[in-house]
Design a protein around this ligand. Sequence first.
Ligand SMILES: [Zn+2]
Length: 284
Amino acid sequence: MLTAGGMTLFSACGTVGSESGTAKNTATAPESNPAPASSPASSSAAPTPQPAGTPTPAAPSTAPSAKPSGKTPAEPEYYVHGGPMELALTLDDGPSPVYTPQVLAILRRHGVTATFFLIGANVEKFPDIVRQIVDDGHHLGNHTWSHPDLGTLSAGQTRDEMERTSDIIARSGRGQRPTLFRAPGGFFTHASMALCGELGLRPVSWSVDPRDWSRPGTQKIVDEVLGHARAGSIILDHDGSLLKGTAPVPGSPEDRSQTVAALDTYLPRLIGDGYRFTALDPAA
Ligand SMILES: [Zn+2]
């Protein structure tokens, strides 16, 4: 387990803030000061997670409980436990008024169902986009209200971030209350894990991270996903960012056009290879 600033963290995969472009450059917040996707910041992180570059023959046998139990989960989920050719696509930091509709059109074209981990502050601005996501049959997860580094928050502040977001998603998303939670950067603190148990949220991380938020180039995103995706993978991509204004600025860290183009390339390739995309939410 990774200990940082007195907080015990459950994941070192990913990068706090980077997803939203609100990066905080601290050594323990790899989403803003990212560790390479293939090397988590700590090898002593929770036992289940595998770095994105580590081959795994199949999903682990320790399948998570399908239903929230009210107990504090032992660790986040890094894999989806479906059939032999099933994996999951997750999209973080939306909704975006520009990129989410483009992503939805691509998912529709390729017949892919995904899970969108939404930022509450964005949901407040763009509830109509949330309804489009739901109407297309996708699933909604809680990704906090303002995408903070949870390690910097009190338990009360963490509760506020999580509860407000579940509430507004339920109000905006045709009553669909999230049952999934993803901490910004994948940093699940003890407080957030305890709240997951209390609020009936399953903590979900990821196992394939092409770092698309850093805009490394469409081909790089494609190569990373195709190079690491396998049965059980949870793929992380970003359709949005924590928007300060009313629309993302092209060419800025808010620009997700590379992600959009990459999805349109790698999804048909994975489908052609025989993979199927499955929901993370067993109730869905
Ligand atoms: Zn994020």
